[in-house]
Structure formats: C-alpha cells, structure tokens
Design a protein around this ligand. Structure first.
Ligand code: 13P
Ligand code: SF4
Length: 345
C-alpha cells in the first residue's frame, strides 16, 4: 500500500479506486522541482503564451507555481466570466475538466486545452446525465439548477447553472411556480435552501475533500486560535458551516479576509487557496482548518496539474476539450442564463 493511501480514510481510498482508477499512482508521482527549474519553466510558459496568443486561466486551488504564471486566478464564476470575454485564440485552463468544458461551451470556435484531461471531480462523477434525465422525466415540473461542478451533458439537461459565488441569486431568480431540483452538491444545496428559504429537491452528491472537515476538528482549532474567525466553503457539511463565521465561494474568501480586522483566519477549503490568500493579504496569517483523519485538504484532481504538464500542453496544443455541437448549444443556454442573472444588480 502506498504512503498516501495508508494515511487516508478507507472511504477516500474507495473514492480513488472508484472515481479515478490510477489516481493514486499519479498523485504519488508528484515530485519537488528545484526553484530555478520552476523559474525557467515559467519564463518558457510566458513566452509560449505570447506566441500562441493564449490566455492562462487558473482556479484558486491550483499549485502556487501555476497560479503565479496565470493571467487570471479565481473561482468558478470569475473563470467562467473571464472565459466568456477573452479575445485570446487559445484558452489554457488550469483547473479541473468541467471548468475547461465550461470555457469550451462559451468559446466553441477556440482551442481550449488543459494540462491533464483526467482531472475530474467527485461531484461531476456523482451525477451521470442518464440518471438525471430519468429523474427529470418523472418530474416534469422540475426547474433544474446545476452547480457548475458537473459534466457538459448535465449542463445541457438543466435550466440554469450556478456556482458557489452566485447560487443564492440563481435560486432566488427561479420561477416561483416550478419545483427546484438542485444537482449535484447536497451540501451547497442545503446551504442555499437555508439562505433563500426556497425548498429544493437535492441530488445526493458531495465533494470528497470538503466533507472531510468535521465539527470536532473545527472546535479544536478554534481553541488553539481563539479570536481567529473560521471561513468555510459551502461544500462543507452543515455541522461545519454552523461553526463558521463566514460561508462563501473561494473568491469571496479573498474579499472577506481583506476586509476582516482579524490578523489570523482559519480556512476550511482546499489547500491551494492559502497561496492566493497569502498573496492578497501578506500581513495576515492563514491557518488551514485540520481535517479529522489525515491531511486530506488537497483535491487530488486539482493537483494533477503541474507546471511541466502546463508547458507540455501549450507546446503540443493537447489535450484539447472537444464537445458535440448539440451539447454545446444546449449547455450554452443554461450558462448564458447564469451569466445574465449574475450580472443583474
Ligand atoms: P469555487 O467556485 O468557490 O472556487 O469552488 C469550486 C470548487 O470546486 C470548490 O471545491
Ligand atoms: Fe471537485 Fe471537490 Fe475537487 Fe472542487 S475540491 S474540484 S468539488 S473534488
């Protein structure tokens, strides 16, 4: 058994085996690269970017060296908004696969590449399009709101997309005579129900990283850092959210931390966020909230992307995101609806 597998919960090992055969090996092959090599590779990536007329979009959970070469680093909403307005010919998407798909749906005529096409998401896997279709057919009055963490096929089946940054606004804008089906994250869904008071049917999916935080682990870290506010992502369980001073998307975490008078802040989300927060608020201390069993606050899918893979994908213009035109045109309707509602005052 590998060292990483030994330090994880049984459920997490099952997750790896079920969701991503070979994931452990890939995770284990990550190795440290000397700083000088990173600097040289970063310079090559920036040169290649100019040559290709490319834009590099990176999620807040990406490794620090990728965040540092990106043109834009942000949450799913910010990344979708950037993808919708870019004039670059090539979009290099450093995040997970569904995020790159979103960029392709918004830019069907552009080349969209990503460092590792196997970078999935446990939420995406939890909601196969065929199962969703079955449920929708049995409930014709459903208005389906899909969290952006889902496949392009699921986006094509729903009425509107949301992200953690705009979910409350999207649910509030749903037609009042419809029954809302919220897929695939039950934790984000239950948080939005609490915020809006709107009942919804929830798909039973979750983020395998965010459910690792427990109320007892949060209570312990609070004792160690009295006075430090806790900021948690809405993908965390309700027990954790109830202990948090702020529950928000990764981009809103940046704003919260900037505006908070606190000098130390406890962060309950994926570890990559800490790099972004330290860059934005260099005078503050960020404490990663501990998980119960092990150091499970890294998303193995987000961490499949490395600087080397980023360079390689730009040099080869592979792997590319390709989607059937019919999926693109249907999914575009739900994404455009999200962008339009999001832009409302
Ligand atoms: P954000 O949109 O808040 O960055 O969340 C994306 C995600 O995958 C959280 O796990
Ligand atoms: Fe998906 Fe969770 Fe990873 Fe986000 S952190 S990409 S929700 S598995």
């Amino acid at each position: 058994m590998t060292l990483w597998a030994r330090t994880c919960t049984v459920r997490q090992m099952i997750d790896v085996a079920e969701l991503h055969p070979g994931g452990i090996d890939r995770f284990e092959t990550r190795r440290p690269i000397p700083r000088a090599d990173y600097d040289a590779l970063s310079r090559d990536i920036i040169a290649l970017k100019k040559k290709l007329n490319a834009v590099i979009l990176a999620h807040n959970y990406q490794v620090s060296e990728i965040q540092d070469v990106a043109d834009y680093v942000g949450d799913s909403l910010g990344l979708a908004q950037q993808a919708a307005k870019t004039s670059a010919q090539v979009i290099v998407f450093c995040g997970v696969h569904f995020m790159a798909e979103t960029a392709k749906i918004l830019n069907p005529n552009k080349i969209v590449i990503l460092p590792d096409k196997d970078a999935g998401c446990s939420l995406e896997t939890s909601c196969p399009a065929s199962k969703l279709k079955e449920l929708q057919e049995k409930n014709p009055n459903f208005w389906t709101i899909a969290y952006i963490n889902c496949s392009a096929e699921v986006k094509a089946l729903c009425d509107v997309i949301c992200t953690s940054g705009n979910a409350v606004k999207i649910v509030n804008a749903a037609p009042k005579d419809k029954d809302i089906l919220f897929v695939p994250d039950e934790n984000l869904g239950s948080w939005v129900m609490e915020q809006t008071g709107r009942p919804m049917t929830l798909w039973r999916g979750n983020c395998y990283v965010h459910v690792e935080w427990t109320s007892s682990a949060i209570l312990r870290i609070r004792e160690d850092y009295p006075g430090a506010p806790v900021v948690a992502h809405p993908e965390c369980t309700r027990a954790v959210r109830l202990l948090a001073d702020e529950v928000c998307s990764t981009e809103k975490m940046v704003a919260y931390c900037r505006n908070s008078p606190a000098k130390a802040i406890i962060i309950a989300t994926e570890a990559g966020m800490l790099h972004r927060l330290k860059k934005e608020c260099p005078d503050k201390t960020f404490i990663p909230a501990p998980t119960e069993n092990c150091r499970c606050n890294e998303c193995r899918f987000m961490k499949m992307n490395t600087l080397e893979k980023l360079y390689n994908c730009m040099e080869r213009l592979e792997p590319r995101v390709e989607l059937p035109p019919s999926t693109i045109s249907r999914a575009r309707i739900s994404l455009d609806r999200m962008l339009e509602i999001s832009a409302r005052a």
